[in-house]
Design a protein. Structure first.
Length: 132
């Protein structure tokens, strides 16, 4: 059995942003030739945070970049439908990525309910916010 390789945020950021004093080329070559790279949900959230806060990308561009990463041939995720839904919610609703991810998790159940004081969940279609 081949060893499993998990990919860190910095490798994928170098891949998509293209900066990093030589690291971008190494990241691109590594990702493009890898058989399988496991991408965890926390790494996706960290990529979103860095693209938004450090690189100041617009929400739509961040979402497009995350979708592009998920579409890379070597990328393996635990639940592609969940991440795709979270990115879609994030792109089309003014909520942060963590809330979009929680909403995507909730939408895998019926009814999709979230206990929260955060009224931003009221903006997400098919989510019922339950105030504690």
């Amino acid at each position: 059995m081949a060893p499993v390789t998990f990919v860190d945020t910095n490798v994928l950021l170098r891949y998509v942003v293209g900066d990093g004093a030589g690291q971008a080329g190494r990241a691109r070559a590594f990702v493009d030739t890898a058989d399988a790279l496991v991408l965890t949900d926390p790494v996706v959230a960290e990529i979103e945070f860095v693209l938004r806060s450090v690189y100041r990308l617009a929400r739509t561009k961040v979402a497009q970049t995350l979708q592009m990463i998920l579409a890379l041939p070597a990328i393996v995720v635990g639940d592609l439908d969940l991440l795709t839904d979270a990115i879609d919610i994030y792109e089309h609703t003014p909520v942060d990525f963590q809330d979009a991810y929680l909403a995507a998790c909730a939408r895998q159940h019926s009814p999709a309910r979230i206990a929260s004081f955060d009224r931003d969940f009221d903006r997400i279609p098919s989510i019922e916010r339950v105030a504690p």
